[in-house]
Design a protein around this ligand. Structure first.
Ligand SMILES: [Zn+2]
Length: 399
């Protein structure tokens, strides 16, 4: 797969500038490209000719005439080049194929059950990519790169998932995931924390365009956070992403997996919600969910809550109150202009999201509240991590 992998990275600075302007603003005219890139017309003409020969840019269509000859519009080539974005989370793994403008051409996912060891997960990813290649008739020589967003803590430099907790299958400890995928797919992989990838995607291409301070939360098995501060991705020493999940909201609270007491994750994560639900049913509470207790998942609880099941509603509202409280602390600490809540719990339960925001409204100072935009799911919704992984590949061109 690796023949063309550096095609965009190996472009000259001028070529990259033109590519960047078209990727962000295309289709546009040559004079607009000249204005955006500040490249003089003669150099621009020569460089664009080279880019057209390489088929990286194309003449898109004929634009509106402002009197006189109608101008030619240019854009990046959306038909030939493609990027693979992978999201390995604890609930699911998702693979997407996107074009040079982050538009999804193919998407497939599978649940991370007890059989999804690292080896099996890599095998299934490989299978999906092969299937996508056949369906879309992709030419592997036009693969620009592969990005992976996954669960921390990570050793990003060496591509190792250090000790993520709560995977259903065994074997998820010290996993050299980058090397495993590179061997199987036969091409280099860019690896990043899933929520970092998501916030990068939203910052460059999504709802966060032009917002200098963004807090991104992914609420699922963990409470994962990615943060852009002063237009820079906030990095921590071990690229942990679950700091908010282990923020203590009750000093005498419930015991958490991390050994502490009263962490947000012990109340507001998928596992905490299922555990609480199960406890209440065992105590004799009634529910409309018609399933064996051991088979009831968080989605059943989310759906039942939408259908007015009192127990499900009560549990989700309780969990959202705790997460909302933690979120208020987080907002006070970082002062973001945009807060994106995403992840399986947010995507599957409008009630959970609304209650969370309600809590923030109640507890956050009104002056601060006025300056924040809240978003359910951001622009890329349930695709945010894999689209973010695609964004990493694009951004790597300029490194
Ligand atoms: Zn904890």
């Amino acid at each position: 797969m690796k023949e063309n992998i550096n095609i965009l990275k190996n472009l000259s600075n001028e070529e990259k500038k033109i590519f960047n302007s078209l990727q962000n603003e295309g289709p546009i005219t040559k004079s607009e490209i000249s204005r955006l890139t500040e490249i003089k017309l003669t150099t621009l003409n020569n460089t664009m000719e080279i880019l057209e020969k390489k088929r990286i840019i194309v003449r898109e269509a004929i634009g509106q005439s402002t009197g006189g000859r109608r101008p030619v519009l240019y854009d990046v080539n959306l038909l030939e080049f493609y990027i693979i974005g992978i999201d390995i989370s604890r609930v699911y793994t998702q693979v997407i194929i996107a074009n040079l403008k982050m538009e999804i051409l193919y998407k497939e996912m599978f649940n991370m059950d007890i059989f999804c060891s690292p080896q099996e997960t890599v095998r299934r990813i490989y299978e999906i990519i092969n299937k996508a290649n056949q369906n879309l008739r992709l030419d592997s020589r036009n693969l620009v790169g592969v990005g992976l967003g996954t669960v921390g803590p990570l050793d990003i430099k060496n591509g190792i998932m250090i000790s993520p907790v709560n995977f259903s299958a065994l074997g998820w400890s010290n996993v050299p995931i980058k090397e495993m995928l590179e061997k199987k797919l036969n091409c280099p992989i860019i690896i990043e924390n899933g929520v970092n990838a998501a916030v990068i995607g939203e910052y460059f291409y999504g709802i966060g365009k032009g917002v200098e301070n963004i807090a991104y939360l992914n609420c699922g098995i963990g409470i994962r956070t990615g943060t852009v501060l002063s237009s820079k991705l906030m990095r921590t020493i071990s690229d942990d992403e679950d700091a908010l999940g282990h923020m203590i909201v009750d000093v005498h609270g419930e015991k958490c997996k991390c050994g502490n007491f009263g962490c947000i994750e012990s109340y507001s994560s998928i596992n905490a919600i299922i555990k609480k639900f199960s406890l209440e049913v065992k105590k004799g509470r009634k529910t409309i969910i018609n399933k064996q207790l051991k088979n009831i998942g968080y989605k059943d609880i989310c759906i039942a809550a939408e259908r007015n099941d009192n127990l499900s509603k009560e549990i989700l509202i309780g969990a959202a109150l705790i997460l909302g409280t933690g979120l208020v602390n987080y907002i006070n600490l970082l002062n973001p202009g945009l807060v994106i809540l995403s992840g399986p719990l947010i995507i599957n339960s409008k009630l959970f999201y609304n209650e969370c925001i309600k809590t923030v409204f109640k507890k956050l100072h009104p002056d601060r509240m006025k300056k924040i935009i809240f978003s359910r799911g951001g622009f890329f919704k349930e695709n945010a991590i894999s689209i973010g992984a695609v964004a990493l590949v694009i951004k790597d061109i300029y490194n």
